[in-house]
Write a protein that binds this ligand. Structure first.
Ligand SMILES: NC(=O)c1ccc[n+]([C@@H]2O[C@H](COP(=O)([O-])OP(=O)(O)OC[C@H]3O[C@@H](n4cnc5c(N)ncnc54)[C@H](OP(=O)(O)O)[C@@H]3O)[C@@H](O)[C@H]2O)c1
Length: 321
């Protein structure tokens, strides 16, 4: 099969488009012919500095396609099903092997490109808001990096759950504007404005009850300073590519809290597996929207990663084999 591979970490130029051995089907797994790869935020970070599980290495968490092999222990998925899959690596390829536990059957009528972009961002945003952020109707929610994959999902989920206000940050006004139809109440351009001061102004000093922060280093302190009394930050990523140095001194007085969230630790549980299947159904029924910014050919993986790192995308960028 063809795959976008690399032999060492680095910028997008490390990608090579090469022939590699086809993946083998595990007895508890499946193999798919990939039709759409959703480039996840973690893929660009892993390319830059993650461990190489193999050489050459195929990066990538999430891809959708048709099932072409099924392990002998698998009873939930059949040959020919269209599925969306997640795994630790291996999405940037024509074929992909994963555990059947991290594959979800795509309902009839749902575009496979949309389905490709659901499990990780929507599952993560859902856990950040509800499982760890304990969000309820009437809360004020702040989403850092609202134009990101996780951000686009979090804005919609918070609005749908009856947030009194959904605030989000981004590095440009143009991208904040595009988030309004998804449920954004007010955008904050964090390149220009002080986030905590803007949250205070927009909420009449109530501040944010729940905050989803997938940027980390450059934003985590502003998240802590933006918390309401008893407010909760779900810290879920390091897209800002800087060390996280925070002063938690302001948290105790207001009974505020900060939780780390890692979907990968829970994705194979019944709770998260079933939740993701429901989120896929919600996209199929139109109650949630997948936002696809652009698609590139798999052979142009370097260009696609470069585009994502230029910070122009709203939602997902896909690769098509
Ligand atoms: N823990 C988990 O379970 C989990 C699950 C999913 C994702 N994540 C993590 O969450 C983060 C976001 O994932 P995602 O899929 O939402 O990412 P994404 O769609 O690629 O978006 C990343 C966002 O980060 C912002 N950003 C801030 N500083 C940046 C920088 N120096 N370079 C590039 N982008 C920068 C950009 O928005 P602005 O330009 O507007 O700032 C961009 O929209 C990643 O670190 C990912 O690994 C963790």
């Amino acid at each position: 099969m063809k795959a976008a591979v690399y032999y060492e970490n680095g910028g997008p130029d490390v990608f090579r488009y090469e022939d590699v051995a086809d993946p083998e089907c595990h007895r508890k797994g499946i193999v798919i012919r990939v039709e759409a790869v959703s480039i996840e935020g973690g893929d660009t970070l892993n390319r830059q500095g993650g461990a190489l599980a193999s050489s050459p290495h195929i990066v990538g968490y999430q891809a959708a396609g048709e099932v072409i092999a099924v392990g002998e222990d698998v009873t939930t998925i059949r040959l020919g099903d269209k599925v969306v899959t997640t795994g630790g690596f291996g999405s940037h390829a024509e074929l992909r092997a994963v555990s059947a536990r991290t594959a979800w059957v795509i309902p009839e009528g749902l575009d496979i490109r949309q389905a490709a972009a659901i499990p990780v961002p929507f599952g993560t945003a859902h856990d950040c808001l509800f499982e760890f952020g304990r969000m309820k109707a009437g809360d004020i929610v702040l989403v850092q990096a609202g134009a990101s994959g996780v951000g686009v999902a979090a804005i919609q989920l918070a609005a749908r759950a009856g947030a009194a206000m959904v605030l989000a940050t981004a590095s440009s006004d143009e991208r904040l504007e595009k988030l309004k139809p998804l449920g954004l109440t007010h955008g904050i351009n964090y390149r220009r404005d002080d986030v905590a001061k803007e949250v205070a102004r927009l909420t009449d000093k109530h501040m944010a009850d729940v905050i989803v922060d997938s940027v980390g280093g450059p934003t985590l302190q502003s998240s802590i300073l933006s918390l309401a009394y008893r407010g909760r930050v779900s810290m879920v990523g390091a897209a800002g590519r800087e060390p996280m140095k925070v002063d938690v001194g302001s948290m105790m007085g207001g009974n505020r809290s900060l939780s780390g969230v890692f979907l990968g630790a829970e994705i194979a549980t019944d709770r998260v597996h079933d939740n993701i299947q429901q989120l896929i159904a919600d996209v199929a029924s139109g109650s949630l929207k997948v936002v696809i910014d652009r698609t590139f050919a798999l052979s142009d993986a370097a260009e696609a990663h470069r585009y994502i790192e230029s910070r122009q995308a709203v939602g997902r960028v896909l690769l098509i084999p």
